[in-house]
Design a protein. Structure first.
Length: 158
């Protein structure tokens, strides 16, 4: 869902393709503000939201809700619209060739597990202790960002 080197007009073109549904989205580099991103969402028309970055490198669209990474932002708005035109449903698929600056690769799948239970997570799955006994990074049910956040919190709370 992250597109680099893609302008606003091309984002609108991709999001208005016949196979794209309401809630399809992409995050792209902002054309007007270097270092920032824009969220483009298909609704009745394509809506664009600027994603701001705080000095601590956290992201937000609305200042009342901040996120450590873009993935957390996408996960949040995939559950609730929270001020956006609609809930994010499906990453926009690039249905064009690479000569337009769009990467032809499968976007990550946006998934939320409503049956997730923290009590079922063993502390070794979130810490760096005994790596030979922990799950491989790709096999963990916790994202890398979440594991890093928890590890930072534990080290500070120490």
């Amino acid at each position: 869902w992250l597109f680099e080197g893609l302008g606003r007009e091309k984002a609108e073109e991709l999001l208005q393709l016949p196979d794209t549904k309401v809630g399809s989205f992409m995050i792209r580099e902002s054309e007007t503000r270097k270092g920032l991103y824009s969220l483009s969402v298909r609704h009745r028309q394509v809506k664009h939201y600027r994603i701001f970055r705080l000095p601590n490198n956290w992201y937000y669209i609305s200042p009342r809700q901040t996120f450590q990474c873009l993935e957390d932002l996408v996960n949040h708005y995939s559950e609730v619209s929270d001020g956006l035109c609609c809930v994010l449903t499906t990453p926009c698929l690039a249905q064009c060739t690479n000569n337009n600056g769009v990467r032809n690769q499968e976007p990550p799948v946006v998934m939320r597990n409503k049956n997730f239970n923290w009590k079922n997570i063993h502390r070794l799955q979130i810490s760096n202790e005994e790596p030979e006994n922990t799950l491989a990074m790709d096999d963990s049910c916790l994202s890398y960002g979440l594991r890093e956040s928890i590890a930072s919190y534990i080290s500070l709370a120490g």
